[in-house]
Design a protein around this ligand. Structure first.
Ligand SMILES: NC(=O)c1ccc[n+]([C@@H]2O[C@H](COP(=O)([O-])OP(=O)(O)OC[C@H]3O[C@@H](n4cnc5c(N)ncnc54)[C@H](O)[C@@H]3O)[C@@H](O)[C@H]2O)c1
Ligand SMILES: [Zn+2]
Length: 365
């Protein structure tokens, strides 16, 4: 099939625009994709972590054969995003002789993607990056939109730039090795996109949960493409996240971030967001913006995926609310929450009183 047939979504941002390619086997066609999206490329490096590199590094490097790629291995998972790793990686770009027309290929989950994207954004005042996500969360969320970041000891994602990739390549075959818990976690963001923007996507997940958990290629390609399309529309309207448009994407994330930060043992991001969406939907019912049946169907779908919908027992409601207040710079005890207005319709932002925030904790305890 020609490449154009795999273009599932286009990010239309003028000279920063790019294609999102979705399809089984595309990670073996990166040379062709680079030739289409960055024809003047003079060389490239592949940034990946050890476990991902072991699985896919060679095939990806082979597919880029003409550009003599060098593979640069960074720490795995969140550790990749330690600030110091950015400096080390930049040194290795120099060692590899990457010049201003070089391309950085980010092969990994959101963590590798964020680090490689950040390093590319500042190397020689910015070189091209191609995102090749290997987690479902990466494919439906983090690889699209140009947000790059590393962590500081004082806060996660505190250092970063906006730097749009020149292409995103989502190959669902790479998900076969992903632990099932990571697949479920990625599906939380898919449910989120369904609730805030696309009822058909939500129903599709509801009806095809089993096939998605079995990584059925057709189903996966369908939802990844659909999610890419949805995220793209938000990015186009508010590229630098300054108009409040992208705020809708934070549905489920206000409580979600608090749970992610405070739960021990730690939860995956999507697991925390799942609990956060159940909570926000309950608040929405209490505030009259959503029908109770819709909140129930969302809970059922999340449970069907195998995502948690209740807080871990050790977490205290008041501690979570205190964290949310600090995180969101609350005004007079009130927090701005993203509340759904129905399945597939745009959410609304509401200031919520502390007493209501506390009442809704019942839904997740
Ligand atoms: N830039 C953005 O817009 C954006 C959006 C959302 C999240 N993020 C960031 O993304 C990060 C989380 O990303 P993530 O959930 O993808 O996790 P991750 O990148 O930490 O990967 C999770 C684990 O999965 C393993 N893995 C990845 N792909 C695999 C595969 N195909 N087979 C087997 N194992 C594989 C990794 O080795 C790692 O251990 C966070 O740092 C978050 O801040 C960024
Ligand atoms: Zn998220």
């Amino acid at each position: 099939m020609s490449l154009a047939e795999y273009a599932a979504a286009e990010v239309r941002l003028g000279d920063r625009g790019y294609q999102i390619y979705v399809g089984a086997g595309l990670s073996g066609r990166l040379g062709e994709i680079l030739a289409a999206s960055k024809p003047e490329a003079t060389g490239c490096v592949v940034v990946t972590s050890e476990p991902i590199g072991r699985l896919y590094g060679e095939a990806v490097a082979d597919s880029l054969g003409g550009l003599s790629p060098r593979t640069l291995v960074v720490p795995d998972g969140e550790e990749a995003k330690e600030w110091e790793n950015a400096g080390t990686l930049l040194g290795r770009f120099l060692d590899a002789g990457l010049d201003r027309n070089g391309v950085v290929v980010a092969l990994g989950g959101g963590a590798v993607g964020d680090l490689a994207g950040f390093a590319a954004s500042i190397y020689m005042r910015g070189v091209a990056v191609v995102q090749v996500p290997t987690t479902l969360l990466g494919m439906v969320d983090s690889s699209i939109g140009g947000k790059t970041a590393v962590n500081h000891v004082k806060g996660k994602n505190m250092i970063g730039c906006f730097h749009q990739p020149v292409a995103v390549v989502a190959d669902p075959l790479l998900l076969r090795s992903l632990p099932i818990r990571e697949v479920r976690s990625g599906l939380a963001e898919v449910v989120k996109h369904g609730v805030i923007a696309d009822e058909a996507l939500f129903r599709y997940v509801e009806e095809n949960t089993k096939r998605l958990l079995e990584l059925d290629q057709e189903c996966m390609s369908h939802i990844i493409g659909r999610n890419a399309f949805i995220k793209t529309r938000y990015v186009e309207k508010d590229e630098r996240d300054e108009k409040g448009v992208r705020a809708a994407l934070n549905y489920g994330h206000t409580l979600g971030h608090a749970v992610e930060k405070l739960a021990s043992p730690r939860l995956r991001h999507g697991e925390a967001v799942s609990i956060g969406m159940v909570y926000a939907a309950d608040l929405a019912v209490r505030m009259g913006t959503m029908e109770p049946e819709e909140a129930q169907v969302q809970r059922r779908v999340l449970e069907g995926i195998g995502l948690p919908t209740k807080l871990p027992a050790a977490l205290e409601a008041d501690e979570l609310i205190r964290y949310m207040r600090r995180d969101k710079k609350a005004e007079g005890g009130r927090i701005t929450m993203v509340l759904p207005t129905g399945i597939g319709s745009p959410p609304t932002l509401r200031m919520v009183e502390e007493s209501k925030l506390m009442e809704a904790m019942e839904a997740v305890t």
